[in-house]
Write a protein that binds this ligand. Structure first.
Ligand code: KMH
Ligand code: ZN
Length: 310
């Protein structure tokens, strides 16, 4: 029988800005509500960033995370995954602080330094809710998202070995898979690990299905199919087609307003749950099943939500 499909939902992220959608969760209350609704719709992992409740700017402060993490834990059985990508421009210390404070079951870990250009979105809007938004997008024209071997190793040791947190390894290009392999060979990454293949970020692999097929084939060769779980996310309008392709190939997938603000052509999603329900119905119509949080925990060998600090 085919394996069930693990749906990750990323409700807010640190890329889109408040002007772009009135439905983007900003305040702690909006973030916990979006997360709980997404979990009820079928997401077994919730990938979380925090935002300043007044301005909507990505906010690394553990205190802000702590305003929604316990509420999500109380209301759902979903796995909480805290981003260490944070917001573009944050220091590595800022990016790790929430995860080392909350000691979650999962955290993201970006597997290579790269250009990360979100400045093309500047052209789509002429008025902004907050001054920081156009400045933030413009800054990414001359910005390198730093994820060096040293900082990756530091995260694997402090969060991984120190807290028993396991990772969503964000791989935006082929080379990032080889960086994972380096750490597997060093014994710092152990099976069963979770690879999130990311497509359509300017600076990473484009959203071409040949790239997905190739990255999947290379990952199988590098790691051995039995040693890892893989998942796919694609930015913007490629979100649903790429998620569907992954499910059809036996992989897992990620949706959420972090990755796309849309539910259809030119149509904003009104909630994260709407995207989860859409992909869930596609999965079920393909004759596949959606994984429960218990299944995700078992397959990814997570420590359990009684071992977190929130
Ligand atoms: N925003 C996505 C393209 C992270 O939070 O660590 C990748 C991401 C990064 O989720
Ligand atoms: Zn993220």
């Amino acid at each position: 029988m085919a394996k069930s499909v693990i749906i990750t939902c990323a409700p807010t992220g640190g890329i889109h800005t408040p002007t772009m959608s009135p439905h983007l969760p900003i305040t702690p209350q909006e973030i916990w509500k979006a997360s709980i609704d997404a979990a009820e719709a079928g997401a077994s992992i919730i990938h979380l960033h925090a935002r300043d409740p007044q301005t909507g700017k990505p906010d690394p402060r553990p205190e802000t995370f702590m305003e929604f993490l316990p509420v999500i834990k109380q209301a759902t059985d979903a796995v909480v995954n805290i981003s260490t990508g944070g917001g573009l421009g944050m220091t590595m210390d800022e990016r790790l602080k929430a995860a080392t404070t909350a000691s979650p079951e999962m955290a993201s870990l970006n597997m290579g330094s790269m250009n990360f250009g979100i400045f093309p979105m500047l052209e789509k809007y002429s008025e902004w809710k907050h001054d920081w938004e156009p400045e933030f997008l413009e800054m990414t024209k001359d910005f390198i998202f730093p994820n060096t071997f040293k900082t990756i190793e530091y995260a694997l040791k402090t969060l991984g070995e120190g807290h028993g947190t396991r990772f969503e390894f964000e791989c935006y290009d082929l080379g990032h898979l080889y960086n994972v392999k380096w750490f597997v060979d060093k014994g710092l990454i152990k099976p069963p690990f979770f690879i999130q293949m990311v497509f359509g970020i300017l600076g990473g692999a484009g959203a071409d299905l040949d790239n997905l097929m190739h990255m999947h084939n290379i990952a199988n060769k590098l790691f051995g199919e039995e040693n890892y779980e893989w998942s796919v996310l694609a930015a913007g309008r490629n979100q649903m087609p790429f998620a569907t392709q992954s499910a059809m190939l036996g992989g897992n997938l990620r949706v959420g307003l972090e990755d796309s603000l849309y539910i259809g052509p030119k149509q904003l999603a009104t909630s994260n749950a709407e995207q989860v329900l859409k992909i869930r119905s596609i999965i079920e119509n393909l004759g596949l099943q959606v994984a429960t949080p218990a299944e995700a925990r078992a397959r990814l060998d997570l420590k359990g939500n009684d071992q977190v600090k929130f």
